[in-house]
Design a protein around this ligand. Structure first.
Ligand code: FE2
Ligand code: FE2
Length: 292
């Protein structure tokens, strides 16, 4: 059982600032212009995923009635904003971005961000409790691990030491909340929350036209970068295994839905995500086309 009081104390004690890192320290040239170019879209995805996580944790904090859990989520929101800024500063350091520039979000990310900013607090936290651990496992676990191995810049390593320490706390809380919603609410209540969140057009839209294609697109980016996808698949399997070990988690309807999707992706059947990328690209073209 996770001791929430102790976790909160750690969350507050272990806060750090991007100003603690010397972004102008030597070593930036260990990332060649060619490597920086290859990393650009990956880093941009990473930046926006952290930014989305900050919005989601903010919504979870707002919906939380327990003061300890609320304070933990508030600290997570600050962590994710800091991670995004650290990754942005790395992009500046490697010449991918100007000093005060932010990366341009791809169409899926832009749609998801604007939907979440409008309506994240309307999505029931139990739905987020299933989506967040998946994101944290894959994007922070596998992708960050890849980046740290691929990049020889000591400041990149320094930044991710801080980020990984924060993420360890996030994962502990993610698993706790997943189990909590699986256990505390009956299966029916959870299903109703899920349906309520989905029936709202914005919730559905955010989920299918934002989040899932983003995962698939990340996969495409990763393949282009020459990443061994085994590492990503391993992290995703950890998500699937959560339900194998814990019946409370397995009962969680949003988790069950995500798990089925993840199971497909890790077995190489990415049809759904690939299809959605194409659909959302088409939608993007329609919505950006000047009226005739
Ligand atoms: Fe993060
Ligand atoms: Fe996180």
């Amino acid at each position: 059982m996770l001791d929430l009081g102790r976790l909160l104390e750690k969350c507050q004690r272990l806060q750090w600032s991007t100003d603690d890192v010397d972004w102008d320290a030597p070593g930036a040239d260990r990332v060649s212009p060619a490597q920086a170019h290859d990393l650009a879209s990956f880093m941009a995805d990473l930046y926006w995923i952290e930014s989305i996580a900050a919005v989601v944790f903010d919504a979870m904090a707002q919906r939380e009635s327990d003061p300890t859990r609320r304070a933990i989520f508030e600290s997570f929101r600050a962590d994710e904003a800091r991670h995004a800024e650290a990754e942005r500063r790395l992009m500046v350091r490697w010449g991918i971005l100007g000093r005060h520039e932010r990366p341009v979000p791809n169409p899926n990310v832009r749609r998801l961000i604007s939907t979440l900013e409008r309506s994240a607090t309307k999505v029931h936290p139990s739905v987020f409790s299933a989506i967040v651990p998946m994101t944290e496992l894959v994007l922070d676990g596998a992708l960050v691990k890849y980046l740290v191995n691929a990049v020889d810049d000591p400041i990149c390593h320094r930044a991710f030491e801080g980020i990984n320490a924060d993420e360890a706390r996030h994962l502990a809380m993610d698993f706790h909340m997943l189990e909590y919603y699986g256990r505390e609410q009956t299966r029916a209540e959870n299903a109703i929350d899920l349906i309520r969140s989905f029936v709202r057009p914005s919730g559905l839209y955010a989920m299918f036209f934002g989040y899932m294609p983003m995962l698939a697109r990340s996969r495409v980016n990763l393949e282009r970068m020459g990443l061994d996808l085994d590492e990503a698949a391993k992290a995703m399997r950890r998500y699937v295994e959560l339900g194998e070990r814990n019946p409370d988690i397995a009962r969680h309807p949003t988790y069950a839905l995500m798990r089925a999707y993840v199971d497909n992706v890790t077995q190489g059947r990415t049809g759904l995500g690939d299809m959605l990328v194409r659909v959302s690209d088409v939608l993007e073209r329609f919505s950006s086309r000047p009226a005739a």
